[in-house]
Design a binder for this molecule. Sequence first.
Ligand SMILES: Nc1nc2c(ncn2[C@@H]2O[C@H](COP(=O)(O)OP(=O)(O)OP(=O)(O)O)[C@@H](O)[C@H]2O)c(=O)[nH]1
Length: 598
Amino acid sequence: MEHLRNFSIIAHIDHGKSTLADRLIQAAGLVDARGFRDQILDTLDLERERGITIKSNTATLPYTGLDGRTYQLNLIDTPGHVDFSYEVSRALASCEGVLLLVDASQGVEAQTLANLYAAMEHDLVIVPVINKIDLPSADVDRVKGEIETELGLEADRAILCSAKEGLGIQDVFEAIVSRIPAPQGDPSKPLAALVFDAHYDPFRGAVVACRVFDGRVRVGDHIRFLSNGAVYKVEEVGLFRLKREPRPELEAGQVGYILAGIKTVSDVRIGDTITLNEKPVAAALPGFREVKPVVFSSIYPVSSDDYASLQDALEKYKLNDAALVYQKDSSAALGQGFRCGFLGLLHLEIVQERLEREYDQSIIMTIPSVQYRFTLDTGETITVENPQYYPDPVHIKGTEEPYIRAAILCPDRYMGAVLKLCTERRGENPRFSVPGPGRVEIVCDMPLAEVIYDFYDRLKTVTQGYGSFDYEWIGYRSSDLVKLDILVNGEKVDALSLIVHRNRARTWAVQVCDRLKEEIPRHQFKIAIQGAVGGKIIARSTISAFRKDVTAKCYGGDITRKRKLLEKQKKGKKRMKMVGSVSIPQSAFVAVLKTDKE
Ligand SMILES: Nc1nc2c(ncn2[C@@H]2O[C@H](COP(=O)(O)OP(=O)(O)OP(=O)(O)O)[C@@H](O)[C@H]2O)c(=O)[nH]1
């Protein structure tokens, strides 16, 4: 076990975590320079495009130290977004130390701190690494100062590197072997392995990534998952070396994978403990919890003929994403669809994009909602995340909505703008602190519902990209909620209904009506768009009648050209949804989400 090191890299977004991981993998000789694809660990296309890590990955790196000994370094990659903070916490629980990466020109940012606290909670050894020293704007002394004052870490011992240029990489390796302790554990004790990730292999089923704390696991063993008692026979164990590399066994201290003919990743719970069925461990490893969705939205096929195909796509998608939950749903306006629960807005966007791109689905998503709580006059408390099930107001005795505590870090010149934004979003009780010269941290309590639409985009806009944002869940608070309905030509479009705070209902209604007015094309008749609360109209816009004759400009001459244009118009219609006699384009359902016009 002396030769093992289990570590992770944590950083604020864009500080170079993936680039450093790739560089370490390359330096360890797992890939040659020619086969070196940028950001090997970020395997999903979407991750590559957005440049953020969505799913974590792991790699075992061989390294021969300056002391002549050969080490096996297990790099556990962590997802870089608040939506996936539970997965991060399980990955950290599998490590003995972390590299805390700080960008040499940006310095310490909100996520750096949040990550540091997470690592400290697990008592990990923290190795500060200053990255991007090749940048002309790099200011190593200033960043060292911030590491001392804001993080309370010894900056003298910070490693300087450039992941991009490959500078200081050996120093990083040496710091890992000399500062991060080898894992402890007893191979002769009953097996206790922590599940920190799972992904899907179409041929082998779920690939369970785990850290063995005690005992050992071999091919042929019967393993038991403690959370649900499920038992499986182990088909293969091994290490992650970019590809899976089978081994006869995994023993205490080791990080690797288990294949056991488990059908989907939904059968595997992150944070669960694996033990041997014949000789189980007495207690589960600490920290397990069920991951619950916090944001809900319905997905409908644009054309109702595609319902079966959407169902199929969701089933396939779900094989690889245990965090997505869904059930059948139907809407008067949009027909058959699925109500889905997500970990957060980023998770929702990922699912949406992947369904469209990888599974070729044309979908409409309804306005995301959080889970509200209503106390009824019968004394019963119900949770509602679908505006369709908003209870009859006469029976409502109390309403509550989920709150988060937002932490926003930005240069102090943006403080006014950020405060204004927080107040607009019903932020309560704002507090400030000054973590360093010229910067301010604003902490305030906000309803989750106000954050899930476009808060982060707005924050980026008002701080010209300098603001960073992080949040934690703080529970339910009582609130005054109403249901806002949208009517198109007198007909309620249930998919556009929304539960909102009473004070925000009018603003929302006006925005949605305006947006729809822009998005819905003119018809041969006048269209009224209305926002209503409890039958009372609170906003209205009108689309005047218009007769669209696309062939008019063809001078009656060329018939093939005319046909082409008609063909094109038909295609355009395909992405429309008929509501009563009005066709609403798919884009309208998305556009209403973008509340603020710049
Ligand atoms: N100049 C310079 N650029 C770097 C260096 N390391 C990373 N970058 C660049 O910084 C950007 C962000 O790097 P990533 O490695 O994707 O950042 P990340 O921290 O992994 O981001 P997440 O996966 O979202 O957490 C990329 O454009 C990299 O090319 C470095 O040492 N020097």
